[in-house]
Design a protein around this ligand. Structure first.
Ligand SMILES: Cc1ncc(COP(=O)(O)O)c(C=O)c1O
Length: 367
């Protein structure tokens, strides 16, 4: 009986897939690829200026070779990422989005001890660690909404295997002082590994100074994760990576299941050196950041100075209800990140979308 039930649901699944395949392309594409028409999507820190024209060309060409596994393309990208960071390919692990690298590290280390992390940070990988039996010690931010490095350091004892820091932090956008973070790593890495999530590093004023990659070069117990989802504008193509000394890169690789697909790797290769596109994106993101910060200032909404492609403000009311009311007007922002129930995060869209956000925010906030 159980078998026949499973078989029936399997067949209806196949039928569903076939029915979907029969949907004519254009109508399906509009609603299924990215935000629906009319929706202003400011809730996932994407870069709507991407993919770059060069990446689009590469994707089209790579698609014709989609019959083949992406090995050689991924190897080429690995060499390029290594060269960009003055590392060897043995320091680089490419994954399907950086979330896979983050989770791989979490899975590896949580078997050997507890993980220390800020209480408000990007944490889907930490939640999976908890669901699979690992333990995460979450350290509250300071009253200024900063990552509390001193309190995190105090929480490290011999039951801790790894410390996770996100710089700039998500959802706050706070950039941690590089000298303080470097000193923190220097004190901790003789006994634990520090993972620094640098998803938004390229959006800071001085990405080289802000990065901890020099510690990776030196062979310290530091793992950095980065992504092509943000500045490079290919979140949908899922390309991320970890940078680590070879002995730790091997650990990451052993715990990661997926690598980038052919189209994502081709797009990343095409945009990694595309300075014109990257500079343009950076400029537009900064303009957008200023526009959203200005909206918050005009409404006297306290906000964190952001060095990323989003701004986090205290709207002083239930952020989930506010999100829903904005969504009714087709503007999608983030609701609550517990326990900060009155704070809301707004990602950068195109400038014209942010103008709409400014108008709708004023209406809903003032209502
Ligand atoms: C801080 C941070 N790290 C990692 C990720 C995951 O990005 P991806 O898996 O697309 O590389 C995100 C996504 O929003 C993020 O904000």
């Amino acid at each position: 009986m159980a078998v026949s039930i499973r078989r029936r649901s399997f067949l209806s699944g196949v039928g569903g897939a076939l029915a979907l395949a029969a949907v004519p392309g254009a109508g399906f594409a509009r609603t299924a690829f990215g935000p629906a028409p009319g929706v202003i999507k400011l809730n996932a820190n994407e870069n709507p200026y991407g993919p770059s024209p060069k990446a689009l060309e590469a994707i089209a060409e790579a698609a014709t070779r989609g019959a083949y596994y992406p090995g050689p393309t991924v190897r080429r990208l690995r060499e390029m990422v290594a060269e960009h960071n003055e590392l060897t390919p043995e320091h680089v692990v490419l994954t399907s989005g950086s979330i896979e690298a983050l989770f791989a590290v979490g899975a590896a280390y949580s078997r050997h001890g507890r993980i220390v992390a800020p209480a408000l940070t990007f944490d889907p990988h930490l939640r999976v660690v908890e669901r699979t039996g690992g333990e995460v010690i979450r350290i509250p931010l300071t009253t200024n909404m900063d990552t509390d490095l001193a309190a995190m350091e105090r929480a490290v004892d011999n039951t801790v295997s790894m410390v996770y820091v996100c710089n700039p932090n998500n959802p706050t956008g706070e950039e941690i002082d590089a000298a303080a973070l470097r000193a923190f790593c220097n004190r901790l890495t003789p006994t634990v590994t520090v993972m620094v999530d640098e998803a938004y590093n390229e959006l800071t004023d001085d990405p080289v100074a802000s990065s901890m990659v020099d510690l990776v070069r030196r062979g310290d117990n530091v793992i950095i994760t980065r992504t092509f989802s943000k500045l490079h504008g290919i979140a949908g193509l899922r390309v991320g990576y970890a940078l680590a000394p070879p002995h730790l890169a091997e650990v990451v690789a052993r715990h990661a299941m997926t690598q980038p697909n052919l189209l994502g790797a081709a797009a990343a290769i095409a945009s990694i050196d595309d300075e014109a596109f990257l500079n343009y994106s950076k400029r537009k993101i900064r303009e957008g950041r200023e526009l959203v910060s200005d909206v918050f200032r005009r409404h006297e909404v306290p906000y964190v100075q952001s060095r990323a492609n989003f701004v986090y403000g205290n709207i002083g009311r239930d952020a989930e209800a506010f999100r829903a009311r904005m969504q009714e007007r087709n503007v999608y922002i983030r609701g609550i990140y517990a326990p900060y129930t009155t704070w809301s995060r707004v990602s950068m869209g195109r400038m014209e979308d942010l103008e709409v956000f400014a108008r709708v925010f004023s209406e809903v906030y003032g209502a």
